[in-house]
Design a protein around this ligand. Structure first.
Ligand code: FES
Length: 128
């Protein structure tokens, strides 16, 4: 069996939603101290819906594929759904990651959480 699924390879080669949102409502940056990879997420939120999301990932192929898939999973979804996105759901949507690469999907979950925290800090009235 191939080490990486077709979906991982697809999102690694053609990552969706790469870039920066200049006037983002929430920005989150996280890193993994062990591998040194860094992920940054930008969220645009209107009426409690994630209307746009972009990412910049300085990291391995699995981290890039995870960020790409994570953005697809939350784009157009209610903020409440984005809050609940787990790294497991990201990895499953990618048809799996090798066990030693699961931490790359954790980075995607944490980056979204961090961007949402930033959003709530700026808009405390929106906090559930
Ligand atoms: Fe660090 Fe993938 S090896 S995020």
């Amino acid at each position: 069996m191939a080490l990486y699924s077709e979906k991982v390879m697809d999102h690694f080669r053609n990552p969706r939603n790469v870039g920066v949102i200049e006037d983002a409502d929430g920005v989150g940056e996280v890193g993994n101290a062990k591998c040194g990879d860094i992920m940054k997420m930008y969220l645009k939120i209107e009426d409690d819906v994630v209307t746009d999301v972009k990412f910049e990932t300085f990291g391995c192929g699995s981290a890039i594929a995870s960020s790409s898939m994570a953005t697809e999973l939350i784009k157009g979804k209610p903020v409440a759904d984005a809050m609940k996105l787990t790294n497991k759901a990201v990895a499953e949507a990618l048809d799996g990651l090798p066990a030693y690469k699961m931490h790359c999907s954790v980075l995607a979950e944490e980056a979204i959480q961090s961007a949402l925290e930033d959003y709530y800090e700026k808009h405390p009235e929106k906090k559930p």
